[in-house]
Structure formats: structure tokens, C-alpha cells
Write a protein that binds this ligand. Structure first.
Ligand SMILES: Cc1cc2nc3c(=O)[nH]c(=O)nc-3n(C[C@H](O)[C@H](O)[C@H](O)COP(=O)(O)O)c2cc1C
Length: 212
């Protein structure tokens, strides 16, 4: 395939889209939307978010060095967008969205109970980059809706109806995987059966399992 060159912005896509909650020292809470986020370390568990200094959330997080990542489901796509276009300087977004808030257990921040997954974080470092500053944080606790847990204690993210953010648009995450970690080197007919039973794909997983 012939390639064309694209300059000017980072086209790393798709990415997750999350809502970040924070609380300032006066006890005021805020929420805003972030797409520039990612896992950066397994042990200690760490993630990063990039924030423009003009955001109200920047002030709150810099003040307390704490925030919570709330992963929305597709049901919260409107709320996710709204919290990303309206500033907490003018509106009380948490109140407007009617979010149910729970107290974090390891931070003084509240999390959005309506979101299926919430990750409590403590900031370790802030690195100035340019338009955005990089907030590097350690994960100190995570909260997961119990209906997403299977009997082996695995989190079934596919049941959470998550959102992929891609080049300015929100897409639903597909419920059926097209492979699994290491499947490319596994020669095991059982994997194929296991997938067809788990996801009701009736032989469709053959197309990616045991393929030479
Ligand atoms: C899909 C989406 C992704 C966004 N990602 C980021 C981001 O990664 N970093 C950032 O600083 N702002 C991001 N924004 C913009 C902020 O969420 C937005 O400016 C928000 O109103 C700031 O709220 P605050 O002033 O209450 O903190 C994003 C907005 C949307 C809609």
C-alpha cells in the first residue's frame, strides 16, 4: 500500500477516554475529560495523564497531588463529552450530570460510582512538556463493579461497554475479541473452543486461532 505523510499532530489512535475527578484543599470537587492518558509502569502500578495548565482540574490536582480516573461506559458518553467542553470554573459539572459520588478509600478525592471502573492515583511527578504537562501518578487503589468480575477474579472489561476515542470521535468497544495475549504462538484447539463458548462466536474464532 502506498503511504502518504501526515504531519502536525500525534495520530496514535484509538485511545481510552476517561473522566478525572479531583478535590481542592477547600473540599471543592471537579470533573474533566482526558484522552491523553496511559499505563506507564506495572510495578509500582503507574499511569499518566496530560493536562493543559489552564484547566481548573490542573489547579486542583497540583494542589493535592491526587486524582481519580473514572472509566466511563457507553451509557455515559454524553456526560464524558460534556465534562470535556465545559469548565468547572463556570459550572458545577458533577451536580449537573447528577453523578453519584463515592469517597475514595486511599485519597481524599470522590469517584463517580456510575462509572464501572475507578482508579485512585497519587501524583509523583509533573513534567512540563509544551501545551500539556505530564502528570505521572501511582495507582493506590482501584474499584470495579462486581458484575464485571468472573469466578476466577478476572475483570471482564468487555462487559463494561467501554468507549474508544479515535481522532475526535467516540466508538463503542467491541464485545468479542479478535485474539488474546500470546495466541499467535499457541497451538491449541481448546483455545478456539474456549472462545467460541465464552463469546458465543460459533466457530468464528477459527479465523484467528491456530492459523499458520
Ligand atoms: C474527548 C476529550 C478529551 C480531552 N482530553 C484532554 C486531555 O487529555 N487533557 C486536557 O488537558 N484536556 C482534555 N480535554 C479538554 C478538557 O476536558 C476541557 O477543557 C474541560 O472543560 C476542562 O475542565 P476544567 O476546567 O473543569 O478542568 C478533553 C476534552 C474532550 C472532549
Amino acid at each position: 500500500m502506498k503511504k502518504t505523510q501526515f504531519k502536525g499532530s500525534v495520530i496514535l489512535n484509538p485511545v481510552p477516554v476517561v473522566m478525572i475527578t479531583s478535590k481542592n484543599l477547600k473540599g471543592e470537587s471537579n470533573v474533566f475529560t482526558v484522552a491523553w492518558t496511559g499505563t506507564i509502569c506495572t510495578k509500582p502500578p503507574m499511569l499518566s495523564i496530560s493536562i493543559r495548565p489552564e484547566r481548573l482540574s490542573y489547579e486542583y490536582i497540583e494542589e493535592t497531588m491526587e486524582f481519580i480516573v473514572n472509566i466511563p461506559s457507553q451509557k455515559q458518553v454524553r456526560e464524558t463529552d460534556y465534562c470535556g467542553v465545559v469548565t468547572g470554573r463556570k459550572n458545577n459539572k458533577i451536580k449537573e450530570m447528577g453523578f453519584t459520588m463515592n469517597k475514595g478509600s486511599e485519597t481524599n478525592v470522590d469517584y463517580i460510582a456510575d462509572c464501572p471502573i475507578n482508579i485512585e492515583c497519587k501524583v509523583k511527578q509533573i513534567i512540563k512538556l509544551g501545551t500539556h504537562d505530564l502528570f505521572i501518578a501511582e495507582v493506590v487503589q482501584s474499584h470495579v463493579n462486581t458484575n464485571l468480575m468472573d469466578e476466577k477474579g478476572k475483570i471482564c472489561f468487555e462487559k463494561a461497554e467501554l468507549i474508544n476515542y479515535c481522532h475526535g470521535e467516540y466508538f463503542p468497544m467491541n464485545e468479542t475479541p479478535i485474539g488474546k495475549f500470546g495466541f499467535s504462538v499457541v497451538k491449541n484447539k481448546n483455545l478456539e473452543k474456549e472462545y467460541d463458548i465464552k463469546y458465543g462466536t460459533k466457530g468464528k474464532s477459527k479465523k484467528f486461532f491456530n492459523k499458520k
